[in-house]
Design a protein around this ligand. Sequence first.
Ligand code: OKP
Ligand code: ZN
Length: 353
Amino acid sequence: MKTFHNPHHAGHAGQQEMFRGRMVPCHEVPARLDFVLAELERRPLGPLAPPTVDDSDLGAAIARVHDPRYLAFLATAWDQWVAMDAANAQRDALPSVWPLANRHGFRNDVLPRNFAARLGLFSFDSGSPLTAGTWAAARGGAACALAAARALANGDRSAFALSRPPGHHAGPDFLGGYCFLNNAAIAAQALREAGHGKVAVLDVDYHHGNGTQTIFYERADVFTASIHGDPATEYPFFLGHADERGAGAGLGFNLNLPLPRGSGVKVWRAALDTALQAVRDFGASALVVPLGLDTFEGDPISGFTLKTGDYAAVGAALASAGLPTVFTFEGGYAVDEVGTNAVNLLEGFQKAA
Ligand code: OKP
Ligand code: ZN
């Protein structure tokens, strides 16, 4: 399995996020990726390289998944932030005001003139700081996803897009949950365009992949499934319920498997079997796995209890789908263990594939 890693990831290093009523150091830190890289160097699964995709291809692949108005905002957001006040160059941009989208009077067609309002319009939480290096890092992550999809198109059976910030919470026109560009969706769309008629996304991060779900919600060609903490009590709260099954042409092509906080490996593995059966029934010819390791018992912000020794079997179960597979790196905040857990899963996949 080739790994494409993002050389620009460390340029995205938020200082603080809003967490339970106070500002705390960001959970989503550059060291997360460094631990995975270090473990891949100890236990190689294949070549490690930065992605090589040209700029116009990359721009086109991103624009297949995200709205032009959102991309125009994101590409210049940092400059807009600093233009408001030169002192902002030392501070992360965090939103502090949001429109209530479902209330009377919300005008999605009007781009606010104030940057703070624009940042609110395009985001859904106060935990996702936008920094000087965010756009370059997010774009580098999209390049990893595109390179991984292309590796499959060239005959590889699997590929790993190792990047941060993560992507599965980013929607067509919104950021949040530490995510800015949806790497998994970009990979899935690239696989569609490489000739796969049906692509499945099976999200194993602790948190519901609300961005990915939203991107493909009305489509029948990309089946999205997610196993996650029940949004009744867990982030991102407003999406991820079992009765969200897709809409329009996409009805029946979204599967949410919410599990109670505190769930252990037995319950989680049963949900994985359900999701894998649904992927088989759908008839996908390629699979994208948004790979979060925050299902781990030691994760500081999550509530499942999987152990380091469980992940190899999870990888083997994913391999049982028998599909060419792209993995994108998502959550996992027990930084010291995230590399071991990730490589355990990927190695388990590769040995069984
Ligand atoms: C990202 B991924 C809100 C912060 C709440 C956000 C968790 C994001 C998880 N102020 N925490 O799915 O691992
Ligand atoms: Zn997560």
